[in-house]
Design a protein around this ligand. Structure first.
Ligand SMILES: Cc1cc2nc3c(=O)[nH]c(=O)nc-3n(C[C@H](O)[C@H](O)[C@H](O)COP(=O)(O)OP(=O)(O)OC[C@H]3O[C@@H](n4cnc5c(N)ncnc54)[C@H](O)[C@@H]3O)c2cc1C
Length: 440
């Protein structure tokens, strides 16, 4: 039976991943009575439930030099002049506040390299604190499963151990990563690449302990030797701050899996858990410094790169990304290269092999957050309106976080100004974001 609490929230955010947690903070700080519902039992999404201990860059430096910089840094060698440019910090505002809080307790790296390794346990705690300090309510263990429009309110149906409970709100932010609510509300969605709809494979991240290797060697000498011995790559190894000898490993791809299908996901999880054990054994046998490693854990949730994207008022394209295009309604900037894990992605055929020109960045237009034809609902995170290739860049976590700040601010301003996000004057949104520290 559906229970219906009487209260109407100003804003409901569905999903507390990188986009949703920041959206909830921004919404509440801008005065909206905000409810964040999260189907798992922590915030952080792929960074915590997916154990992906690595935030992409907050700057716009040339990503091609990251490994060389890392090697020199680990060797205690100075960077030559052409590698010294670390770029401009382009992700600021609430994501940067969260980063600084993480760094202040040693839970995020301060190394001047593009990407930032993070400790997922501390992220859970700090994200939770920041959302609550902003005044938003969090409900864990609750999934948004339906949505209905009655008069000027949304009724969001949820499923939890209480059965089905409905919540009312004036504005919705869909930060589920899968466009769950937008799709239920009638938004057009697309999946995968044009033509055949093939999506990037998901990955089950796992962690090992007692590893005595240098990160740069994984990408250089150790990685090459391991491939020669086993025919496999070592994947990406991220050292977890505050956990000496612990690495989170992103190496198990599961092609052909639709991460929105419980059947596909269940099979993939079983295979990849077994594979994590087998891979740990291979590392132990073939990687010097890993003789005594042990498997700590596999991630509680599958790491999902790509599922549904909404079709919005504007669709970000690969040309926008690669030509560092700016828009009048740009709400944040980003610069990560197009990162698509499909063997036939042909990124080499893209301009500059999919890299954004060094020192520049592209805008995410506000219109990418507005599902075409729907009012009073915004999307945030990897599910925004972007082509398959463009999403290969915009899906990276700092970008999702910055989009989250824009979505939360837009939703709260819409409530305050008694308008809809589509009619919200974009100059008001942008000036509010800038006043509140965002970099546009
Ligand atoms: C293997 C892998 C490696 C990656 N590497 C990097 C990297 O090195 N650096 C980087 O910055 N990014 C990386 N990414 C990309 C990045 O992690 C994701 O694109 C990003 O996390 C997307 O953020 P999001 O908030 O949109 O979605 P998610 O992180 O997927 O979060 C969505 C949240 O919504 C919740 N949710 C889903 N449905 C519902 C519902 N119906 N009701 C309530 N809650 C719901 C989920 O539980 C989850 O907490 C990687 C991704 C993967 C999978």
């Amino acid at each position: 039976m559906t229970q219906q609490p009487g209260k109407t929230y100003d804003v409901i955010v569905a999903g507390g991943g990188p986009a949703g947690m920041i959206a909830a903070i921004a919404s509440a700080r801008n005065g909206a009575d905000t409810l964040l519902i999260e189907r798992s039992e922590c915030l952080g999404g792929t960074a915590t439930s997916g154990l992906l201990c690595n935030w992409g860059a907050f700057d716009n430096a040339d990503r091609r030099h990251d490994f060389t910089r890392m090697r020199l840094y680990e060797d205690n060698q100075p960077w030559p002049d052409d590698l010294k440019n670390e770029g401009e910090r382009i992700i600021k505002g609430i994501p940067e506040e969260m980063l600084i809080r993480m760094q202040n307790v040693g839970a995020a790296s301060k190394i001047p390299l593009g990407y930032i390794s993070i400790n997922p346990e501390y992220l859970k705690i700090i994200a939770d604190q920041m959302v609550r300090e902003a005044g938003a309510e969090i409900l864990y263990g609750i999934s948004a499963i339906s949505i209905e429009r009655i008069d000027r309110e949304w009724i969001v149906g949820t499923s939890s151990k209480c059965g089905q409970v409905a919540f009312k709100a004036k504005q919705i932010i869909d930060a589920s990563g899968d466009a769950d609510l937008a799709r239920f509300a009638g938004a057009e969605v697309v999946t995968g690449r044009p033509g055949d709809g093939v999506m990037q494979p998901p990955t089950l991240v796992f962690r090992v302990g007692n590893a005595h290797v240098r990160e740069s060697d994984v990408y250089l000498s150790l990685g090459k030797a391991f491939r020669k011995a086993t025919g496999r790559g070592m994947g990406c190894w991220t050292p977890v701050p505050l956990m000496p000898g612990v690495f989170s490993i992103n190496s198990l791809h599961s092609p052909g899996v639709d991460a929105c299908s419980p059947w596909d996901v269940s099979g993939a999880l079983e295979n990849m858990r077994n594979e994590a054990v087998a891979r740990t054994e291979l590392f132990r046998l073939h990687v010097p410094g890993c003789e005594d490693i042990f498997l700590i854990d596999t991630a509680p949730s599958l790491g999902v790169r790509e599922t549904r994207r909404v079709v919005g008022d504007y669709t970000l394209t690969e040309d926008d990304v690669l030509s560092a295009r700016k828009f009048d309604d740009g709400i944040c900037r980003y610069a990560h290269n197009i990162d698509v894990h499909l063997q036939d992605a042909h990124l080499d055929k893209l301009k500059d092999h999919g890299f954004v020109p060094a020192g520049s960045d592209y805008h995410i237009p506000y219109r990418c957050l507005l599902p075409k034809g729907l009012n009073d609902i915004l999307v945030a995170g990897r599910t925004i309106s972007a082509t398959h290739l463009a999403a290969g860049s915009s899906r990276v976590m700092p970008c999702c976080m910055a989009i989250g700040q824009a979505a939360g601010t837009a939703a709260a301003l819409s409530v305050k100004m008694e308008t809809s996000p589509r009619k919200l004057p974009v100059d008001v949104l942008i000036s509010t974001l800038v006043e509140q520290g965002a970099c546009i």
